[in-house]
Write a protein that binds this ligand. Structure first.
Ligand code: ASP
Length: 328
């Protein structure tokens, strides 16, 4: 009798562990990336490493403060990304890379998991914080995606800060363009420094946002995955929020962010399994990069298939956790 009760008890435990596959991932209210790519300990000086860690940590603390104050995940995502856009360290806003024509053309997107609303912009050349354009499209237009001069005109009408294109000049990005310009193909082993954030607020609302200068030496007019909803950016309450970084053409073709959400929603995968498998499969197809994400309970994922990805997360009360290299 005792033996029978014991075995029933163990069967119950096994059944419980099968129906409740809690992923072995940390929990957070905000997760961010600052781009994936060929980032190794040897290629980043100690002082640069400190600068990256500092800026990522500051962005996490700034974004978390919004959630702590009862603000929305959308606001947290926007503020976090603005902080990263204002830094020359990342390929977004101030630090955007150059097109073949020696211009800076930026893409951005933000998505509200609560309503399914989204805003996106491409080909931004004079708006200081491209993520604000995406947010304005979401909040103040009937459209989802604006591009080029139409997007800029709309942004100016909305009162967003405009700067001279020279604001986006950085010597390191210009020198990098000169290096890769000798070849007409995309550099295959780049540091892809796009920025992104996903947040979960006290009301259980998920939001995701991404901002980028694209890829060095891209043709002018090229649009990457970042503003393509479902490719580089996606959020759906009860499922997940995802922001991607990597070789955009692969992320578009494989609808990466939405593929992760679909595996969670339809195949009952954990966010960990869904995101890890999608990024592994992407590598098999030749696509370099990674994603960050949170599920509806705040479980964090940050898989990537390159030597490094600037990344970090923060819980409601903890300190920022920031990492760069694959071995971190
Ligand atoms: N995904 C971006 C693009 O293709 C680049 C990056 O993540 O750095 O435009």
């Amino acid at each position: 009798m005792i033996l029978r009760s014991l075995s029933l008890f163990f069967l119950f435990l096994i059944a419980l562990s099968c129906t409740n596959p809690i992923p072995e991932t940390p929990k957070a209210v905000l997760v961010i990336h600052g781009g994936a790519g060929w980032i190794s300990k040897e290629s980043v000086s100690d002082s640069m490493e400190q600068a990256y860690i500092k800026t990522l940590g500051e962005a996490l603390i700034k974004g978390r403060a919004v959630i702590k104050d009862g603000g929305s995940s959308l606001d947290a995502v926007q503020l976090t990304i603005e902080h990263l856009e204002d830094s020359p360290l990342f390929n977004a806003g101030k630090g955007s890379v150059f097109t073949y024509n020696e211009t800076n053309e930026m893409d951005s997107a933000i998505m509200d998991g609560a309503t399914g609303g989204a805003g996106a912009a491409s080909g931004i050349t004079t708006i200081k914080n491209p993520i604000q354009v995406a947010r304005a499209v979401l909040d103040h237009s009937v459209h989802v995606f604006l591009s080029g001069p139409g997007a800029e005109e709309f942004a100016i009408e909305q009162g967003l800060k405009q700067v001279d294109p020279s604001y986006f000049f950085t010597q390191k990005n210009y020198d990098r363009l000169k290096e890769v310009k000798v070849s007409t193909t995309m550099p295959s082993q780049e540091k892809l420094g796009t920025v992104g954030a996903v947040a979960l607020d006290a009301n259980g609302n998920l939001a995701a946002g991404t901002s980028t200068g694209g890829m060095t030496n891209k043709r002018y007019g090229r649009i990457g995955d970042v503003p393509v909803i479902g490719a580089g950016t996606y959020a759906e309450n009860g499922v997940c929020g995802i922001s991607a970084t990597g070789h955009g053409e692969f992320f578009i073709r494989n609808v990466v962010a939405h593929d992760i959400a679909a595996r969670i929603k339809y195949a009952d995968h954990t966010i960990d399994k869904a995101a890890t498998e999608v990024i592994t499969e992407l590598k098999e197809k030749g696509g370099a990069g990674g994603v960050i994400g949170l599920d509806s309970q705040g479980y964090v994922v940050m898989p990537f298939n390159t030597p490094g990805m600037f990344r970090g997360y923060i819980s409601l009360d903890g300190s920022p956790v920031v990492a760069i290299y694959a071995e971190d």
